[in-house]
Design a binder for this molecule. Structure first.
Ligand code: MG
Length: 252
């Protein structure tokens, strides 16, 4: 074997090792997939949330959560509905839509607590899991640094937002999310990956980015995901009292 061929073989081995299962003798830590620099530039968004168009499914109208949502364990959702919004109750668990979705346009408004508690990932953390697998991060990143690929507007640990379009704590913010579900090969790999566009407060923060696998807190997202069809949308209980309102969806 000539030298180039040997190096090519080593390269292929290293590639498959790093992109396949993670070796047991090389334990991954959460910090190993945090990217901090350069800091995401800050922009100041305008105002005005958006009402649902005529063909949207209203997922939450500010009053009735039980119509469209359930706890992830199948029980009634334990989050608090009051004052036209629903708020995470620590320990109540993830809630998810009763319906399942493939491709969609989702409008969702969220608010992190007015009283600032904690820092970095501990401040106003929640999240929107597209198809229950792919997290669009919800976090108070108004003058709150964290790793760039884990801040508000990120596809958690996969894509940092283009800019930081966050409003302050206690202020309502908007995500408009356009999602294209993955299509699968027979062997379980993506034929086409999930694609996500996110507009935060009227500002483009994710421009049709491709995901390499389901969201992972520790380690590299697994490319060989179990094939899935339509799945619910989930909202994360990360222990912080984050609120949501005016949630509507258009199936594409
Ligand atoms: Mg989160």
């Amino acid at each position: 074997m000539n030298k180039q061929l040997v190096w090519a073989a080593i390269g292929v081995f290293a590639f498959s090792a790093s992109f396949g299962q993670q070796p047991a003798d090389f334990p991954m830590k959460p910090e190993m997939t945090e990217i901090w620099d350069p800091e995401v530039p800050v922009v100041t968004p305008g105002e005005t949330p958006m009402d649902a168009p005529s063909d949207a499914i209203i997922l939450f109208d500010g009053k009735n959560l039980n119509a469209e949502w359930t706890n992830a364990d199948g029980k009634e959702p334990g989050w608090k509905v009051a004052d036209g919004c629903v708020t995470v109750v620590r320990g109540a668990g993830i809630i998810q839509t009763k319906r399942s979705f493939n491709d969609f346009q989702l409008h969702i408004e969220w608010r992190t607590p007015a009283e600032v508690v904690g820092e970095s990932q501990g401040r106003g953390n929640s999240g929107i899991f597209l198809q229950s697998l792919y997290e669009v991060q919800v976090l108070d990143n108004y003058k709150n640094r964290t790793y760039r690929n884990g801040q508000a507007g990120s596809l958690y640990k996969q894509h940092a937002p283009l800019v930081n379009a966050c409003k302050g704590p206690g202020v309502w913010q908007v995500y408009d999310i356009i999602y294209t579900a993955p299509r699968f090969n027979a062997n379980g790999t993506y034929f086409t990956p999930p694609y996500v566009t996110v507009i935060q407060n009227g500002v483009l923060v994710q421009n049709h980015v491709a995901l390499r696998g389901p969201t992972e807190y520790i380690g590299i997202p697994e490319y060989f995901v179990k094939p899935h069809g339509a799945m619910p949308i989930q909202l994360q209980d990360h222990g912080n009292p984050v609120s949501y309102r005016n949630i509507w969806i258009r199936e594409l």
